[in-house]
Ligand binder design. Structure first.
Ligand code: ADP
Ligand code: MG
Length: 258
């Protein structure tokens, strides 16, 4: 069988386009057979990995992409970088543990959540990012359309589920109980990363019910790492640098300001 046909039969998608260059390079560098074969297969593998990563990132619906490496830890000394480095190793995902990022607006909660999501996607894991509002829209619609069970089941598939911005939008009792059902579904099965501008003591208010809030926190915190970020808004720092703000204050987060 000729080479082109063999590559197609073997479903090699990336090697064909790179083959001429690889052969030329191999000849120039006088590679032995084994090294050449390694390079050829590595090229195919790298292409597949990249394609898989891109598709997982697309599925993840991240609002923007930034990495843990892009996070400036010196600006936020209340974050223990050892803890974040440990989380970036993804052992928490293997153990189905949760990560909870607390702190005022602009301190990098979403950035760290997204950075961990990127790590998980790179490791071949399925990830999904939703704001609490988006999650509620999904769950309420599913409930109205009598397919809540199916929706909850679908939300257990991602190995990492990020629920961003807990606390901005108070939930009524029905919404809180939907959230509880999701948390109970994923408990000890798959990780969640949650971000909130409110401390745990205020969660009773967010969920309109102390009993439900306690039940939610009980499951979430049983196996969890909490990062309590106390610091200045990175967005404001940038604005101050540009001379737009003078006081180091933390006003309410402006809509869509990234
Ligand atoms: P939060 O979710 O806590 O409100 P974000 O994660 O959205 O804050 O951060 C606001 C913006 O500032 C984002 O663009 C983020 O990438 C950036 N940012 C925040 N903290 C840092 C930091 N320590 N290093 C680099 N960029 C940061
Ligand atoms: Mg945020």
């Amino acid at each position: 069988m000729e080479l082109t046909r063999l590559m197609s039969k073997l479903k090699m998608e990336h090697l064909p386009a790179n083959l001429d260059a690889l052969c030329e390079q191999a000849a120039k560098r006088e590679l032995d057979y084994r090294s050449f074969l390694t390079e050829a297969l590595a090229t195919e593998w790298a292409g597949r990995h990249q394609k898989g990563l891109e598709s997982r990132l697309k599925q993840a619906r991240l609002p923007w992409v930034k990495t843990i490496e892009q996070f400036d830890f010196s600006f936020q000394p209340s974050i223990d970088r050892k803890v974040v480095r440990e989380l970036a190793g993804l052992a928490f995902v293997a153990r189905a543990e949760n990560v909870i990022l607390l702190g005022p607006p602009g301190v990098g909660k979403t950035h760290i959540a997204i950075g961990l999501a990127v790590k998980a996607a790179e490791a071949g894991l399925r990830v999904l990012f939703l704001t609490l509002e988006e999650l509620m829209t999904r769950l309420k619609r599913a409930s109205q359309e009598n397919r809540l069970e199916k929706q909850l089941q679908q939300l257990t598939y991602p190995k990492v589920l990020i629920i961003d911005e807990i606390g901005y939008l108070p939930l009524n009792r029905q919404e809180a109980s939907l959230f509880f059902r999701l948390v109970a579904r994923r408990y000890e099965k798959a990780s969640m990363i949650l971000t909130s501008n409110k401390g745990f003591v205020d969660w009773g208010e967010i969920f309109s019910d102390q009993v439900v809030a306690t039940a939610i926190l009980d499951r979430l915190l049983h196996h969890a790492t909490t990062l309590n970020i106390k610091g200045e808004s990175f967005r404001l720092k940038e604005k101050r640098k540009a001379g737009l703000v003078t006081e180091p204050v933390n006003p309410p987060e402006p809509e869509g300001d990234k």
